[in-house]
Design a protein around this ligand. Structure first.
Ligand code: CA
Length: 240
């Protein structure tokens, strides 16, 4: 009898997720729907052991969405450990698909890519959507160097930009605990520096964050105010 050179299938998983892309988008003030359409993610893991006891494990990942999948990057790490007489093998992977860099964003070396929308004045929500549609996000200040660079950019359009310009922070709980549009506490951003007297009392209703032209510091402002705004494309996408 000829035994097939085959395998015993030990396990087979399929994880099929259909979800709104909105789940990976920042939730911002609950004022809008950030969804871009349906996204399907399928992960298959198949393990075999042949008759000599060798294991083979295969992974298959399929993802379908309306977004382009150019410039994707794969980060894969593995470890092999032994503890208490038990051997363990771990694989940890990440597939990263950064948004394409907007071509009309200004490159400030070592800091990032920015666009100052000084011509059209929008609400915070509209500004957020505009940056997102461009492939960026409302700018988040992460260092004094970044604030200094944006202040210089602001200065070039000082009159048109007006005295305040939206950036990507807001008072999520209306309790003076500002966070970024990604939910990171302001104090962890690297630039939690308020203009003197800011943020103002919660009764003033300034629940969105802005950059003050003359001081280069932060202030609160009403989310419905029509202001200029800064969009950013993270430099870190280039370093993945
Ligand atoms: Ca930044």
């Amino acid at each position: 009898m000829v035994l097939p050179n085959d395998f015993k299938v030990m396990f087979f998983w399929i994880i099929l997720l259909s979800q709104k892309l909105a789940s990976s988008q920042p939730s911002c003030l609950g004022l809008g729907d950030f969804s871009k359409g349906n996204k399907t993610l399928e992960l298959s893991i198949m393990g075999h052991r042949n008759q000599s006891g060798h294991w083979t494990t295969q992974f298959l990942l399929n993802e379908e969405s309306q977004r382009s999948h150019q410039n994707w990057k794969l980060d894969l790490k593995h470890t092999n450990n032994q503890y208490g007489g038990v051997n363990s093998f771990h694989i940890k992977g990440a597939v990263i698909v950064p948004p394409p860099r907007p071509l009309d964003y200004e490159h400030i070396p070592g800091i990032g890519f920015y666009k100052f929308h000084y011509g059209s004045k929008l609400t915070f929500q509209e500004a957020h959507s505009t940056c997102t549609n461009e492939g960026g996000h409302l700018a988040i200040l992460n260092s004094q160097e970044e604030a200094t660079a944006l202040k210089a950019l602001y200065k070039r359009h000082s009159e048109a930009g007006g005295p305040w310009s939206y950036i990507g922070i807001y008072d999520q709980n209306k309790a003076r605990d500002f966070v970024t549009i990604y939910g990171q506490p302001l104090k962890e951003t690297g630039f939690p520096k308020w203009h003197p007297g800011e943020p103002e009392d919660v009764k003033r209703g300034g629940f969105c964050g802005c950059f003050v032209r003359d001081s280069g510091l932060l202030a609160d402002v009403g989310c419905g105010d029509k202001l200029s705004f800064f969009c950013e494309y993270d430099l870190s996408w280039n370093n993945l």
